[in-house]
Design a protein around this ligand. Sequence first.
Ligand SMILES: [Zn+2]
Length: 257
Amino acid sequence: MQREVGKHALIQQLLALGVEPGAVLLVHTAFSQVGPVEGGPRGLIEALREALGPVGTLVMPSMTDGDEVPFDLNATPCRGMGVVADRFWRLAGVRRSDSPHAFAAAGPRAGEITAPHPIEVPHGPDSPAGRVHALNGQVLLLGVGHDANTTIHLGEFMAGVRYRRAKRLAVLRDGRPSWLEYEEIDHCCRNFVLVEDWLDERGLQRRGSVGYGDARLARARDVVRVVVEHLRQDETAFLHPFGVDEECDEAWTSLCS
Ligand SMILES: [Zn+2]
């Protein structure tokens, strides 16, 4: 049995990694890799907020697990984003955007980050991830790799990639459930791990440990910049060769239609 990492030690690890007090910080976490820590998932959230201080803003993904039921910002869980994210939006003082592609935020910039955003463009400039980027925020990956890094989708949007996948979401219209169909920049996303080397080559990523987990920290602007550079050379850099998985195949097919 590993010993719990105390809250003070977590804060020291976060600051040593380069988390900036007063900044905007978007965090993706797999708690199974980070714990055990004092206070469990809530203790990790408290450590993140204390490292950021009263002027800092903590942001986490909070999107729905299922597209079959209309999103309810007060009730829809986000277990797919991990137990820390699913605990975060439920805490007092945390705001959650009203979208199946929701993010949650706490701190002085939380209101603007979680303001309404268009469903059909989940991770464009006018989205929580786009606003974190505009505010020169940092992206922290705790126990997860870049395949969990939503900000890379913002880079794809900025690069103007043409591939799309058809999406279908239950929404409420005039209080009644109905389907919204749209096209989204998407694929299996496993090749987002390429961004690891793209950042490292330029010295734009810091690594360390938080709790027992591997931690990676980069500026949202640096993530977007290296993604745009690579996608402008090869629009399909993230897509698996045709025939490997259905999601990437659908993205390839959209380029040919
Ligand atoms: Zn793929």
